[in-house]
Design a protein around this ligand. Sequence first.
Ligand SMILES: NC(=O)c1ccc[n+]([C@@H]2O[C@H](COP(=O)([O-])OP(=O)(O)OC[C@H]3O[C@@H](n4cnc5c(N)ncnc54)[C@H](O)[C@@H]3O)[C@@H](O)[C@H]2O)c1
Length: 304
Amino acid sequence: MKTFTDKVAAITGAGSGMGRSLALELARRGTHLALSDIDEASVANTAIACRALGVRLGVRVTSQQLDVAQRDAVFAWARDTAAVHGKVNLVFNNAGVSLSVPAATARQEDFEWLMNINFWGVVHGTQAFLPYLSASGDGHIVNTSSLFGIIAMPTQSAYNASKFAVRGFTEALRMELDLAGSPVSCTCVHPGGVATNIVTTSRIDDSIAAFTGIDAQTHRRRANKLIDVTSAEAAARQILAGVQRNARRVLVGPDARRVDKLARLLGASYQALVVWFYRRSAMSGKRATGATSAHSTTTESSTH
Ligand SMILES: NC(=O)c1ccc[n+]([C@@H]2O[C@H](COP(=O)([O-])OP(=O)(O)OC[C@H]3O[C@@H](n4cnc5c(N)ncnc54)[C@H](O)[C@@H]3O)[C@@H](O)[C@H]2O)c1
């Protein structure tokens, strides 16, 4: 896809972060937009901003509340998008959530909540839009994995599982599309740290304190610092550049590019390095405090 002008793009999770920035950047480039998010007010706000930016280029913007975990609702949204906009060229399966909890104490309901959004949401969006993307004659699927779909991290087993799954799903899909000579292509996006609301709204299980030696609030504060590497606006531009060059994989940010290189160099031994780094890093309080497991288990109201 060489240009985004006069194309139609559907974006999930468009109310915040990279989804919102993708919408704004595409509106500037003259792309018609179908926006969705589980948070109705935030996506309505993005839609207003996109209409204002795209007015000169006659950009049409629709928006609606949508939970990507709901398969039937995603298929209905794809049908409506094709009917209202006349075609669909791009789908950005971007919506995602995060969860920090040691694997041993992860609750089934938290695991399912995250997998239903991060993994099944991507599958739903891909399968729902694929027929319309094919019909457009020039389609592209953009699935958001993560740097944590390339390497794993302690306390991220659920998130890692979902993002490795997105990567496997998307890479297999890309080869199938290639083999079929399809007019649709796809790209797997692996952002490193991007300054968005993902950490602020993440679920952080209280059991993390016994494992890391830091409580949920401190973990959230430190994680927010760690993702402050690339802006959402810069991330959106890097993702769109990747779509334009039909990249199989887009690494977003210098941290993602660095860590990807290291992981390829070290193979599975990267884990020993992570353990070493983790013991000394901001995400573990044990070294600094000497703490083991005697910590209060404060739950932030937003975490469950
Ligand atoms: N920010 C980072 O550092 C980072 C790094 C790697 C990958 N990612 C991934 O990038 C994607 C975008 O996240 P972001 O960083 O912009 O976060 P964000 O929290 O700013 O935006 C995510 C959006 O998804 C929406 N959402 C949540 N659950 C939903 C659901 N069930 N249905 C529909 N929408 C839902 C939220 O309301 C929010 O608007 C996610 O898939 C995330 O996992 C983010």
